[in-house]
Design a protein around this ligand. Structure first.
Ligand code: PLP
Length: 394
């Protein structure tokens, strides 16, 4: 297979597999005081150090979760309810009354923010616009932060998972600091691909399986003093911030992936070369192909594009038959392909959006994968254009 879908899940790195295999042989609970428990605890602590190092944080700021979706939920609910606790303890500390979420955030942020605004009547949710290249409109954030009363919580991702477009986090952070707003950064697609500085934000979410670690484990990083009411209660693990026995093997694999990313010399340049090669060959063979976000800085690994008239669901099947794995740039819910909310926010029309595909490269890819992907795309396009009624987008 030519696996070009690393933003969906990156295959397990050999370093993660080795760390997980070792951890599975350690039969202790990290909370136990005996030797086996201490061995398990050492694995968790080591992974915490490695994950913190990847984003310039301290180990004790890392809370392990079941993935970035749970981390987003803990961050948003935890911040809102934690700020409420702080307000009740000291009325000079304001409650969170405003949520600002960029229009290109992942569903785990969008849906949780929407539920909070539905459930808590004193909270107003607003979506921040992006430019045609998919970059947050920083002026819109500046204006939004000036309006309204009470503390704000802002969610802006470090880079988008569909387009790879990198967001202006330093500017966002400065505006949030000036306004006394809290900042949540979804660093899931960006981790290991660009330098990340946890000091810019108050909350950051990460997912192991997007960086070559296992599925079902992620982390929320919380800055010192940032409000956080725990959401899963129980045995008091992780300083009571997220109860439940830690997923030892998953955490070990996560730590190994983070460490590999931090120490892999030249990997970003290699991925940038692959992505560039892919886009150059695609445009040469199919000059009418549209590549999204080219006017902005993008991750070294992600290419979001559309071939006019070729429906993405049909293309995915043809690619799959050639052994090429990609994603549609549109989401599928209840069997219905809906236009991507990211492309819609960028002003892309519904027809073009219905043709959107995403190639995302990673550690396992070589030039051969790029070549196979482009050949398959050219073949399926030529076939569809020869017999337009069967293969073309409606
Ligand atoms: N945030 C982004 C940008 C993602 O792409 C994803 C996964 O697709 C998530 C969050 C959720 O991650 P997880 O699968 O670990 O819950």
């Amino acid at each position: 297979m030519h696996y070009c879908d690393h933003n969906a899940t990156s295959p397990l790195r050999p370093e993660s597999l080795a760390a997980m295999t070792h951890a599975l042989g350690v039969s202790g609970n990290p909370s136990s005081v005996h030797a086996n428990g201490r061995a398990a605890r050492a694995i968790v602590d080591d992974a915490r150090e490695k994950i913190a190092a990847l984003v310039g944080a301290k180990a004790d700021q890392v809370i392990f979760t079941s993935g970035a979706t749970e981390a987003a939920s803990l961050a948003l609910w935890g911040a809102v309810e934690g700020a409420l606790d702080q307000h009740e303890a000291d009325s000079k500390t304001a409650r969170i009354t405003r949520l600002f979420v960029s229009g290109i955030e992942h569903a785990c942020i969008q849906a949780t923010a929407a539920r909070i605004a539905e459930d808590l009547p004193w909270i107003r949710l607003s979506h921040l616009p992006v430019t045609a290249d998919g970059v947050l409109d920083i002026e819109a954030l500046r204006v939004a932060l000036r309006e309204g009363k009470g503390r704000a919580l802002v969610a802006v991702m470090a880079a988008n998972n569909e387009t790879g477009v990198i967001q202006p986090l330093e500017d966002v952070s400065r505006l949030c600091r000036e306004a006394g707003a809290l900042l949540l950064v979804d660093a899931v697609p960006a981790a290991g691909k660009i330098a990340l500085d946890f000091a810019l934000c108050d909350y950051m979410i990460l997912s192991a399986h997007k960086m070559g670690g296992p599925q079902g484990v992620g982390a929320l990083l919380v800055a010192d003093g940032a409000p956080l009411r725990p959401q899963i209660l129980g045995g008091g693990q992780q300083k009571g911030l997220r109860a439940g026995t830690e997923n030892l093997a998953g955490i070990a694999g996560f730590g190994a992936a983070a460490h590999t990313l931090l120490t892999a010399d030249g990997e970003r340049e290699r991925l940038a070369h692959l992505t560039d090669r892919f886009e150059t060959a695609l445009k040469k063979a199919l000059p009418d192909a549209v590549i999204f976000g080219t006017g902005a800085a993008r991750l070294c690994s992600t290419s979001n594009f559309a071939i006019p008239g070729i429906a993405s669901d049909t293309a995915l099947i043809a690619l799959d038959m050639d052994g090429v794995c990609m994603s549609a740039g549109s989401t599928c819910s209840s069997g219905k392909i809906a236009p991507s909310h990211v492309l819609t926010a960028m002003g892309v029309d519904a027809d073009t959006s219905a043709s959107a595909l995403r190639a995302s490269f990673g550690w396992s890819n070589t030039n051969e994968d790029v070549q196979a992907a482009v050949e398959s795309l050219v073949k399926l396009t030529e076939r569809a254009r020869r017999s337009p009624t069967t293969d073309r987008a409606a």
